[in-house]
Design a protein around this ligand. Structure first.
Ligand SMILES: [Zn+2]
Length: 606
């Protein structure tokens, strides 16, 4: 178990500020080098850590902060159970984990009521410490039943182990933490719920990850484990993550087989920008070989029929949408992104100060999602009901996030990207809409240079985090056709007078509205133009597709098709196309047992 030092026992000469080194009240007395300053004291954060005995000290009692959301704390009398029975120790030793590791991780044994079997069983107990507070206890009996203290805080297991560390390993179960600790990897945490990726444990662990420079993700070697690996990398930013693939199912299996020391050395990088050996990219190359070109994202509802041939997006890309004011570029962008969110199970964040207040903006997104008008019965279509609003809320609560600027000053790009990073981490957001470019303050200096820098930052952000950014930008020059007197379709070159908008972005589109003119022979409608797609399989540059606008709900639908008045939440376009969709696997809530691997029928002596 981590030893805890009383802050008052720490002796630091001179002024008590910054980071100081001193002797450790816990171990220095018994060491040969009694004067070795093995204790690092950080007066700014109020944390002390000994690099010899790993004892921790905290200046402030954190009970209030740790408990702030009305979490319950398990009984703090955990020390009464530290004597582990011979049978339990032997059983765990069979898994290759010795008593020192059990002690170091504070594993205990306790008889506890297991709801699954409706009786008390003797259990192995994983004690979840946050700083010096026991915030949760997980109980596992000999028959793989799991339970935990009720109403407790959801946080990574062994979170104390990464305090003051530059690297952090993330595994999928408590036994994997034990296995890695056994081979000397001590800075290792485990997700608390097996393969479930929840926002709450990320939020409660955030402060502990702040100083970590590099993450090594080592989830189970199965489908769910690999999905979890991708989700974790997505949140943390792929550029600062490595991953390790176990030879067997998990770290504990590799330990039992005696190969764990080898597998932990084979770190791989996620494909982002940078320098890579073939080795790093081998997985991706084989994926291309086996599965062909990567899937691009495009809406597949009938009201977007043919759109995918013209244009599609991919994660890791910056897409710029432009159009003459009042031609509907924001409306089109929102409708496009809502469809992608719905069909590809994305989470979206809008920074759209032009469309405040936020509740009003939600009515707009709601009309597009539900298909009815928010305010009134319109064109024979009933007004949206309160039930519809609830339905939207249920759908959008975890999928649609609006970002507001602080105060009344224009936000800067650095502020906005920091915000995005935060949202990526806390909520797993993977598509960002910025509406519009001129609503974020450019730094002082040469304007064209600054635009170039901002676009570089945005493309870098999209690439390194493997997320999508859709940026709405107004054209600065609008050219009229000399013969007709009608405005030309603005191109990416017309945005902010900078060729960088064409050169620096991955994709671009232009929205052009015609009001219809008998003399000119034009019909009313809105055209979508592909101004650029990065890869040729994403669409056809220069191609366009015509839409009609639906005033009832602000949607666009391909010219000649039926206006869609139904909710996209319930609509499955793939079903309509009679494509057999694979059933999405329901992740069971009690996957903890899967994170701990015992052979069925294995006789467990406790
Ligand atoms: Zn010490």
């Amino acid at each position: 178990m981590y030893k805890f030092i009383d802050w008052s026992d720490i002796v630091v000469k001179g002024n008590q500020s910054g980071v100081k080194k001193t002797t450790c009240p816990s171990c220095s007395e018994s060491r040969k080098k009694k004067k070795d300053p093995c204790l690092y004291v950080n007066f700014t954060s109020g944390v002390a850590k000994c690099y010899n005995c790993e004892a921790l000290g905290f200046r402030d009692s954190d009970t209030k902060e740790i408990k702030k959301e009305d979490y319950k704390l398990p009984s703090q009398e955990w020390k009464n159970h530290t004597d582990i029975s011979d049978a339990m120790v032997k059983y765990i030793e069979n898994r290759g984990i010795n008593q020192n590791t059990l002690k170091a991780l504070g594993i205990t044994e306790e008889s506890y009521y297991m709801p699954q079997v409706q009786r008390s069983s003797n259990c192995i107990v994983f004690n979840y410490f946050e700083r010096d507070i026991l915030v949760n206890k997980k109980y596992r009996d000999g028959s793989k039943n799991f339970t935990q203290s009720a109403g407790t805080k959801n946080i990574f297991y062994n979170i104390n182990s990464i305090i003051g560390q530059k690297e952090c390993w993330i595994v999928e179960g408590e036994f994997d933490v034990l296995a890695l600790h056994q081979v000397g990897v001590k800075n290792v945490v485990s997700v608390p719920n097996g393969a479930n990726d929840n926002d709450d444990y990320w939020a409660s662990s955030e402060t502990y990850f702040k100083d970590v420079k590099r993450f090594i993700i080592a989830t189970d070697n199965d489908t769910k484990g690999k999905e979890l690996k991708d989700k974790i990398a997505q949140r943390l930013g792929r550029y600062r993550c490595d991953f390790v693939e176990w030879s067997n199912k998990d770290a504990n299996d590799d330990l039992k087989e005696g190969v764990l020391n080898d597998t932990i050395k084979k770190r791989k990088q996620f494909p982002v920008n940078g320098t890579f050996k073939v080795y790093d990219l081998k997985g991706g190359i084989l994926d291309l070989y086996d599965n062909g070109l990567p899937d691009t994202m495009k809406p597949s509802g009938y009201y977007f029929e043919g759109f995918g041939d013209v244009f599609s997006l991919m994660h890791g890309q910056l897409t710029v949408g432009t159009g003459i004011p009042s031609h509907g570029k924001s409306n089109f962008t929102d409708w496009l992104v809502l469809n992608l969110i719905n069909e590809y199970d994305l989470k979206g964040s809008w920074f759209s100060p032009e469309h405040s207040p936020m509740q009003l903006y939600h009515t707009n997104l709601m009309e597009k999602t539900i298909g009815k008008n928010f305010w009134k019965k319109k064109d024979g279509v009933e007004r949206m009901t309160k039930e519809d609003i609830n339905k939207y809320e249920e759908w959008a609560n975890e999928k649609v996030y609006l970002t507001g600027a602080d105060g009344d000053t224009l936000p800067t790009w650095d502020w906005l990207l920091d915000k995005f990073k935060e949202q990526m981490y806390s909520y797993g957001i993977n598509i960002f809409v910025i509406d519009a470019f001129n609503k974020v303050l450019l730094p002082q200096g040469n304007k064209l240079e600054q635009i170039n820098i901002v676009l570089t930052k945005l493309t870098h952000f999209a690439q390194s985090n493997n997320v999508s950014i859709v940026l709405v930008a107004h054209p600065t020059k609008m050219k009229k056709n000399e013969n007709t007197g009608i405005y030309d379709v603005p191109s990416l070159y017309d945005v902010s007078g900078s060729a960088d908008f064409r050169n620096q972005t991955h994709n671009g589109f232009s929205i052009y509205r015609s009001w219809g003119d008998e003399d000119l022979g034009t019909e009313e409608g809105t055209s979508f133009y592909n101004m650029k797609t990065k890869f040729n399989f994403q669409g056809e540059i220069g191609a366009s597709i015509d839409f009609n606008y639906c005033p009832v709900n602000g949607r666009y639908y391909v010219k000649g098709s039926e206006p869609p008045y139904f909710s996209i939440i319930d609509y499955d376009p793939k079903e309509k196309q009679e494509i057999q969709e694979q059933p999405t696997e329901q992740i069971p809530t009690a996957t903890l047992s899967e994170a701990f691997d015992i052979d069925l029928g294995e006789d467990i002596p406790f």
